[in-house]
Design a protein around this ligand. Sequence first.
Ligand SMILES: *Cc1c(COP(=O)(O)O)cnc(C)c1O
Length: 374
Amino acid sequence: MDRTSGDPLLLTPGPLTTGDKTKRAMLHDWGSRDQAFIDATRDIRERIIEVAGGGREFSTVPIQGSGTFAVEAMVGTFLPRDGKLLILVNGAYGHRIAKICAYMNRAYVVSETPEDIPPDPNAIDAILDAAPDIGHVVIVHCETTSGILNPVREIAAVVANRGRRLLIDAMSTFGAIPFDLTDVNCDALAASSNKCFEGVPGIGFVICRKTALLEAEGNAHSLSLDLFDQWKAMAGNGQWRFTPPTHVIFALRQALETHRAEGGVDGRYHRYSENCRVLLEGMRELGFEPLLSHNLQAPIIVTFRMPADPKFEFETFYDRLKHKGFIIYPGKLTVADSFRIGCIGALNADDMRAAVTAAGNTLLEMDVASGSPE
Ligand SMILES: *Cc1c(COP(=O)(O)O)cnc(C)c1O
């Protein structure tokens, strides 16, 4: 990989390990009204639509902040003030959307499944049939809490068939899992600079259907998170309304260039899938067991059940792996005690092999015979 820093590798859900070219793209200062910066903003907005297979009926609206800012902006802008949102929850990021609605005082209902169970399109269809006041539905594509891939295409078909509108939190999949706006019917999709595009953290963006944006004027609860207003301003002079994260934009432009050179979404999907395969195989050999069955597992992040050996202490495991150059992530699950290892970022199969070797050596140091949860 294009990496020389020697920093520990981030095997996490983000921020992620980034390449040198991406980091080096930030070594300048730009004025926010400069043509070079305006051009860079236009480039990333257009490129992101292309990645999603969208045409002129869509527009990318970037927003300063982390991914959650983009999700909050999406919900606040597209959900009418007197509207009602159905939130499909099977993890922490779905719960966060409910919290966002509660803060904004917007009506919502939650349909929750356990963290290792995807929503059932037939069940969602029945809910929509029984509740004509639900105008919008939101789904998390990969629930990064567990790493589960939710059936966004099937849910989109059900929602469209009932004449309702779909919003998607595709934060941890966009750019790496094939997704086509001509195939998945939605009004908006939120993602960010620092996940599968491997940019640095600092902006979120929402791919918006323009006709839905035009209907959304006046919905937003917040000036800074109003996607309609941000879109209108950018459509006018190509500029951001408030101080943009200039360096983040240039890093993202380079990251998108690298993404294209790697073969776009297919190339990235291939690398991450290989990372995930190497990780799963190696960890299984050490006795560890993943939470999810193969058909539910997105090649984004893997949840492992906590080993049963009483000598296994997660904090010690974490610290020793960190000293060997690998940062992993604690679990966030309610269904099982667990920890997570990410497959995304500027990492390849050799890095994953090295991580597995480090995990094996750490077990030896801890005198743990197996990572088995039983
Ligand atoms: C990372 C992530 C977010 C956004 O998290 P931030 O910490 O605000 O960047 C939202 N949804 C999902 C599914 C994510 O993986």
